[in-house]
Ligand binder design. Structure first.
Ligand code: 5GP
Length: 300
């Protein structure tokens, strides 16, 4: 007797039964993470070992929100930092994302807290200002420290946003009353300093903080706060750095020469830094810098 073809509704019933079973299996995986029966790292490891498993079918968002003490807001932020789209399933991640996610989970489970203070330094005209402006705009939950300076505002610069433009007398007062985390004379001309109170407050509230300062300032921060992550922004090539400095057109020829001399000395200091990021593309460089706020101290 030839078997009768299966009616379409039977297929549909079977498919929906399978979908329900898969959903239940994924819910069981989530429960096992929430109840600490399994760690999220164990779950991703089985997902990547067995592509058809419920673990692989779990969305990354579901995985992260099941982790005890990691709420939906934090989970969404972590996914953004790791560059993982909201709809992604654990089994559907590429190699780079798998590596990032796993290292995030391993470190979290190891109880190692990420270093939340990042110092961005680098030679003059490398694009630190552009990268930090990009971070200010696209990563609003990171506090970008506003420095005090004795130099005059350039066109378009706003007091309190780009810098606090202060007099020499006011700068002296800030030093005397210990309001600055660090300060330095930059390019042999003006004084620049980092106000400390907003940074202490943000760190105490669990926020991430970024400073964009010169090399001398970065060294002073390392001494004052050894837990800070020091990032050195590099130009793709020396020629590109010269092109950026001349092309900016904001400095006189004498000032340009002086800044190029400073840049040479500054480039020589790159090995003192925990991390180097090449500024080829602003959004990419910004993302790399921001990701460092998720990497725990032990990995650096
Ligand atoms: P610009 O005058 O072009 O805005 O900045 C000149 C240099 O001063 C840049 O290299 C910048 O990183 C540095 N700078 C800005 N704010 C601070 C600060 O608070 N402390 C230190 N040490 N350097 C700073």
């Amino acid at each position: 007797m030839t078997p009768r073809p299966t009616p379409p509704e039977v297929d549909r019933v079977a498919a929906s039964r399978a979908a329900i079973a898969a959903r239940r299996a994924r819910a069981a995986v989530k429960n096992s993470i929430a109840s600490r029966e399994k760690t999220a790292t164990e779950v991703v490891d089985s997902a990547w070992g067995q592509p058809d498993s419920p673990e692989a079918g779990l969305r990354v968002r579901e995985l992260l929100t099941s982790v005890p003490t990691l709420g939906p807001t934090r989970a969404a932020r972590v996914m953004e930092q790791l560059g993982i789209a909201d709809s992604k399933r654990v089994g559907g991640l590429g190699v780079r994302q798998r590596t990032k996610l796993r290292s995030y989970l391993v470190n979290r489970e190891g109880g190692v807290e990420p270093r939340r203070l990042v110092v961005l330094a680098g030679p003059t005209a490398v694009g630190k200002g552009t990268v930090s402006a990009y971070i200010r705009e696209h990563y609003p939950d990171i506090l970008l420290s506003v420095s005090a300076t004795t130099r005059q505002p350039r066109p378009g610069e706003i007091d309190g946003v780009h810098y606090y433009f202060v007099s020499d007398g006011e700068f002296d007062r800030m030093i005397e009353s210990n309001e600055l985390l660090e300060w330095a004379v930059v390019h042999n001309s003006y004084r620049y300093g980092t106000p400390r109170p907003p940074i202490d407050l943000a760190l105490a509230e669990g926020k991430r903080v970024m400073l964009e300062i010169d090399l001398q300032g970065a060294r002073l921060v390392r001494a004052a706060m050894p837990e800070a992550a020091l990032v050195f922004l590099l130009p793709p090539t020396w020629e590109e750095l010269v092109r950026r400095l001349i092309g900016r057109g904001t400095e006189s020829p004498a000032e340009q020469t002086r800044r190029l001399e400073t840049a040479k000395v500054e480039l020589a200091a790159q090995d003192e830094f925990d991390y180097k990021v090449i500024n080829r593309d602003v959004s990419q460089a910004a993302q790399e810098v921001v990701e460092l706020t998720l990497v725990p101290a032990a990995q650096r």
